[in-house]
Write a protein that binds this ligand. Structure first.
Ligand SMILES: [Fe+2]
Length: 267
């Protein structure tokens, strides 16, 4: 079984100032083409938040249109990030067939991935760059973990660990200990799959592993020392490819773009 993950598409109209600078629509189109042609075909695609830049209806319309060829082929599961707008995302994406999103309340849900189970969380705090899992959301997570002990992937936009990226760490999950105390009660959480950092990073967490996927658009600069600085750059966009095989989940990074034909050593 293959689970692909893309993150932080930050879709914004191409003719806007930000769109001209970042070209996020074109990046997401490339990511969709990459995953549609990926072999073996992924069984599901996760999109771990910051789907759009400002949370507008126009942006969600663009996002839905760009994801359509992927969604026609493969189930696509989305989580909200701090750049998303909960109610606009809910209304527009439910209408577009993302009907696993709940009708009201937090945008969290579970999905059956066959041998695996997905629990998607909502760490969004409206108007804040950082995330939070309040008592209500953590109680929901606890109940979902308790009710089904299949190997489980948790998806959430904000990672529950400090990364050393100084500025980004000021906008992580406000408190990580409460989530650790819930996740740590169970031994069937395979991974906590996150976005937000625009880089591929992994860290042990509460007896499992938490990791962030690279952005399918721009990367955040790897700066482990400068306090106030936040910068993005054009490192290769990527997708995480999670391979479930022989009771083990192995994660690869697949770079999106043209890097020349392979030089074949043997076949
Ligand atoms: Fe982001």
């Amino acid at each position: 079984m293959l689970i692909a993950q893309i993150s932080d598409s930050h879709v914004v109209p191409s003719d806007s100032e930000n769109g001209k600078l970042m070209g996020t629509c074109a990046h997401l189109e490339d990511a969709v083409a990459h995953l549609v042609s990926f072999r073996p075909r992924p069984d599901a695609v996760l999109v771990s938040g910051d789907l759009v830049e400002d949370g507008s209806r126009e942006e969600y319309k663009l996002l839905i249109a760009i994801l359509a060829p992927l969604k026609a082929d493969i189930p696509v599961y989305v989580a909200p990030g701090n750049h998303d707008e909960r109610e606009t995302m809910r209304e527009m994406m439910r209408t577009a067939g993302y009907d696993y999103l709940p009708e009201a309340g937090f945008l969290h849900y579970t999905a059956d991935l066959g041998e695996l189970r997905l629990i998607s969380l909502d760490t969004l705090v409206p108007g804040e760059p950082g995330g939070h899992l309040c008592a209500e959301r953590l109680a929901w997570l606890d109940a979902r973990l308790e009710e089904d002990k299949r190997p489980t992937l948790i998806m959430q936009h904000h990672p529950p660990f400090a990364t050393g990226l100084v500025r980004m760490d000021t906008m992580g999950v406000a408190e990580t200990a409460p989530e650790a105390s819930v996740v740590g009660k169970y031994n069937h959480v395979l991974r906590i799959l996150c976005g937000h950092l625009h880089r591929s990073i992994s860290c042990g967490f509460a007896g499992t592993m938490a990791m962030t996927a690279p952005s399918c658009a721009h990367a955040v600069e790897l700066d482990l020392q400068t306090e106030g600085r936040l910068a993005v750059l054009r490192e290769p966009p990527g997708a995480s490819i999670h391979l479930w095989r022989d009771g083990c989940l192995v994660t690869h990074t697949s770079f999106i773009g043209e890097y020349g034909a392979p030089y074949v050593i043997a076949e």
